[in-house]
Design a protein around this ligand. Structure first.
Ligand code: ETK
Ligand code: ZN
Length: 257
């Protein structure tokens, strides 16, 4: 992965030794205290463009030892909801275990079962490598995954491939799917704040959107996510979430009252 040292969720207190930004004052994830958010009428609904990918276009799905990553084409963009256009890079998931939930952000101290992150970069920079080091260079759309009454058909193409990438480093392909279907239906209600990657190198360059509406998956889909993948040395890949970080005075905006 990026950066030098090898890291794990077990040694998250040492991350800042090898990756100094991880000890910064604009770190993610955070707890969203809904009583302290500030309503901003400037925050327009998030609109995606190019999200209906061509089913004949296979996408790479990989277990990188820390999460499962679906590479996304740069033709998928955020058309509105941010001051400038962003282009898709990848999406990945965070989850817990059968013993407990595993979202990264929390809302009023509540941790959700899981969380999807769609990672975008600002194409006005020469490359992703440059963009990810610039403030506002990255945008991540985050949504909470929650157990609901039935299977979420949009997640099925991803989840049924998990067994093909059970071991760290394994890769497979997924047919082009409707990326928009992976996000909540209501993209007008979200929180916005400036933060960081939640993994080393923890660059403080992420313009975060955390949707208010959750995404519902069945209990079976959530437990498939929690019990299929293996990380380092064949240990179960579970609880791949970073603890919430101090705001250090940062304000969290809300697109709704
Ligand atoms: N929540 S998050 O967005 O910070 C995030 C995580 F929490 C993540 F845990 C991850 S996966 C861990 C980082 C990593 C490891 C290996 C490789 C590789 O072999 O290619 C790539 C990345 C992960 F990939 C990401 N997102 C990546 C961060 C690393 C590189 C920057 C650009 C892509 C976004
Ligand atoms: Zn993430």
């Amino acid at each position: 992965g990026p950066g030098h040292g090898h890291w794990s969720y077990a040694d998250k207190d040492e991350w800042q030794l090898a990756f100094p930004d991880c000890g910064g004052q604009m770190q993610s994830p955070i707890n969203i205290d809904t009583n302290s958010t500030i309503f901003s009428r400037e925050l327009q609904p998030v609109v995606l463009a190019g999200y209906n990918l061509d089913p004949s276009e296979p996408l790479s799905l990989m277990n990188n030892g820390h999460t499962v990553v679906l590479r996304l084409p740069g033709s998928l963009t955020i058309a509105s909801g941010y001051p400038q256009e962003y282009r898709a890079m990848q999406l990945h998931l965070h989850w817990g275990s059968p013993e407990g939930p595993g979202s990264e952000h929390t809302v009023d101290g509540r941790r959700y079962d899981g969380e999807i992150h769609m990672v975008y970069y600002n194409p006005s920079y020469d490359s992703v490598k440059v963009a990810m080091r610039q403030p506002g260079g990255l945008a991540v759309l985050a949504a909470f995954l929650q157990v609901g009454p039935e299977d979420n058909v949009h997640y099925q193409p991803l989840l049924e491939q998990l067994r093909e990438v059970q071991e760290e480093g394994k890769e497979t392909t997924v047919a082009g799917l409707n990326i928009e279907g992976l996000l909540p239906a209501n993209r007008g209600r979200y929180y916005r704040y400036s933060g960081s990657l939640t993994t080393p190198p923890c660059y403080q360059t992420v313009n975060w959107t955390v949707f208010n509406q959750t995404v519902l998956l069945s209990k079976d889909q959530i437990s498939l996510l929690e019990t299929t993948l293996q990380g380092d040395d064949d240990k179960d890949l579970q609880n791949n979430f970073r603890l919430t970080q101090s705001l250090h005075g940062r304000k969290v905006l809300a697109s709704f009252q």
